[in-house]
Design a protein. Structure first.
Length: 149
């Protein structure tokens, strides 16, 4: 081994230059930021949706439709699903508390029963809304419905 063959251990040194530390570093003057403009300045933070003076996309794209602030969202259960859930979770009363305890809805969800599918067994429902077809099918099977507000 000779003196000119000595090397530092791998990972012991870094080749990165200290930016903005004079012309001798090779990165003096503009500190690799180019010339002028906001990005060359100290304290620059890019602003969300700022496109450098170009018309931003949220203003270029046309707006469509309407969002009703009074819309009521329901978690929907069909009669076919009710039958399957009753078998799986051993439920006879479909109340908001029962559905929440079994992890089927979140605490603030509203539930509506729809009439898609068949109902063979007798169940008790305490939900926020029921369709006419579902109501007829539940009463035909001998079940009861209570609308909770």
């Amino acid at each position: 081994m000779k003196l000119h063959e000595l090397r530092p251990a791998k990972g012991a040194t870094h080749k990165t230059k200290r930016i903005g530390r004079g012309d001798g570093s090779g990165h003096g003057g503009t500190s690799t930021k180019g010339t002028k403009g906001a990005q060359a300045r100290t304290g620059y933070k890019s602003k969300m949706a700022h496109e450098g003076g170009q018309m931003p996309i949220q203003r270029r794209v046309p707006k469509r439709g309407f969002s009703n602030p009074h819309r009521v969202e329901y978690t929907v259960l069909n009669l076919g699903q009710v039958e399957q859930l009753a078998e799986k979770y051993n439920i006879t009363e479909f109340s908001l508390e029962n559905l929440y305890i079994n992890g089927l809805i979140s605490q603030t969800d509203r539930v509506k029963i729809l009439g898609n599918g068949e109902l063979k067994n007798k169940f008790t429902f305490k939900v926020n809304a029921v369709s006419e077809k579902a109501k007829a099918a539940i009463e035909a099977a001998g079940g009861s419905i209570e609308i909770v507000k």
